[in-house]
Design a protein around this ligand. Structure first.
Ligand SMILES: *Cc1c(COP(=O)(O)O)cnc(C)c1O
Length: 396
């Protein structure tokens, strides 16, 4: 189908929950995408931090082919080999002992919120409140939306699920003030993604951990966006030497296939028993096999090293553009999640880049976000920077 055919059909029959760009991609390989009219693009969005290994990574494709010819789905009433293997891989590389599998980031956070409540109710303690952060993003289901500290996302869906309170990100005293004897958990993205690529201040995550320990509160890291190598380590928390009690993953976990996961220590995960929580598709053979292939490729093929090296180079190239353009206010990031804050709206810049075959994304009106596949090269960063330079010159 051509761009136009796909766009018209979408307009007629697909729920209008997204403001979509007038393009439809029909093929992808590595850092490149092609649209229905055959135009090529350099992808610095990665399906929003999903295609961390690039499009159609050969190892993920091979795993999907093999698994789809062997077994696609069986119920979690039975044991599932690839699911067990993926759980082992994730636990071996993290603080966690146990994994609950689901199908998306929002679902992973729902599971985390339910586990936090169950952990305390199982001990006979009435602790059900959650403290999350302003400008956070945790997903669009009722609990995940209530946890998301952004009015614009909650508008029109009130009454919200109760017992969520919000503290400004990087304000430890605000969290201290928000924690009561009814608080079960503090939920935080180690680096805020949708909120504008906001990095934690020096000791913030460590202080959160200490505060949680002091008050017996659980610490939940939402690594749906910044996990799976995005920051140059498999999990973002490794950069800050702080381990949570619960962590949620999704986006990049299975090389582009829908999956979600909630990881926890045995102490906490023990509150979930048979019947506590479930998901029909969670950890199905196909998604899990893709996950195993994606995690192995991330760990074994130099992907994390590349992410750190090219991430530093990307920041350097963006800083060069900042020097020459007064409307660029700040560059901030870790690994290959990088934000460029402007003093002007970014939408027009994103559109102009797209015309020139470069995909970038804009969040919160003024922050350009760069999320290339973690296999991106320095030459591709140069290519991106040269397109952006041209667009900036035209924009001035
Ligand atoms: C994208 C995202 C989610 C929601 O994931 P879905 O798969 O869209 O439900 C949750 N938390 C963070 C930090 C995210 O970036």
């Amino acid at each position: 189908m051509t761009n136009r055919e796909i766009i018209e059909l979408t307009a007629r029959h697909v729920a209008a929950t997204y403001k979509r760009f007038p393009v439809a991609f029909v093929r992808g390989k590595g850092t490149r995408l092609w649209d229905g009219d055959g135009k090529e693009y350099l992808d610095f969005v990665s399906g929003l931090a999903v295609n961390n290994l690039g499009h159609c990574h050969p190892k993920v494709v091979a795993a999907l082919k093999k698994q789809s010819e062997t077994l696609i789905h069986v119920s979690n009433l039975y044991h599932i080999g690839p699911q067990a293997e993926l759980a082992e891989l994730l636990c071996a590389r993290s603080f966690a002992d146990r994994v609950f599998f689901c199908n998306s980031g929002a679902e992973a956070n729902e599971a985390a919120i339910k586990l936090a409540r169950k952990f305390f109710s199982a001990r006979g303690e009435a602790r059900f409140q959650i403290v999350s952060m302003e400008k956070s993003f945790h997903g669009r289901t009722m609990a995940a939306m209530a946890a998301t500290g952004q009015k614009k996302i909650q508008e029109g869906f009130e009454p919200l699920l109760e017992k969520f309170t919000y503290a400004p990100f990087n304000d430890i005293e605000a969290v201290r003030g928000a924690i009561t004897e009814k608080t079960s958990a503090v939920l935080v993205e180690p680096i805020q993604g949708e909120g504008g690529v906001n990095l934690p201040d020096g000791g913030y995550l460590k202080e959160l951990k200490a505060l949680c320990a002091e008050t017996g509160t659980l610490l939940i890291f939402d690594e749906v966006q910044v996990g799976m190598g995005r920051t140059g380590t498999l999990f973002a928390y490794e950069n800050y030497n702080v381990v949570p009690d619960i962590m949620t993953l999704a986006k990049g976990l299975a090389g582009g296939v829908a999956i979600g996961a909630m990881l926890a220590t045995d102490r906490v995960a023990g509150a979930f028993g048979p019947g506590s929580h479930a998901s029909t598709f969670g950890g199905n053979p196909l998604a899990s096999a893709a996950g195993v292939a994606a995690v192995k490729a991330t760990l074994e093929d130099g992907v994390l090293e590349n992410c750190r090296k090219v991430g530093a180079y990307l920041v350097q190239r963006l800083n060069e553009l900042k020097e020459k353009n007064s409307f660029v206010k700040e560059i901030r990031g870790k690994g290959l999640i990088v934000g460029m804050e402007l003093t002007v709206p970014g939408a027009e810049i994103v559109n102009k880049c797209m015309e020139r075959g470069l995909l970038i994304n804009c969040i919160g009106r003024t922050v350009l976000r760069f999320l290339p596949p973690l296999i991106v090269t320095e030459a591709e960063v140069d290519e991106m920077a040269s397109v952006l330079k041209g667009v900036f010159e035209e924009y001035k």
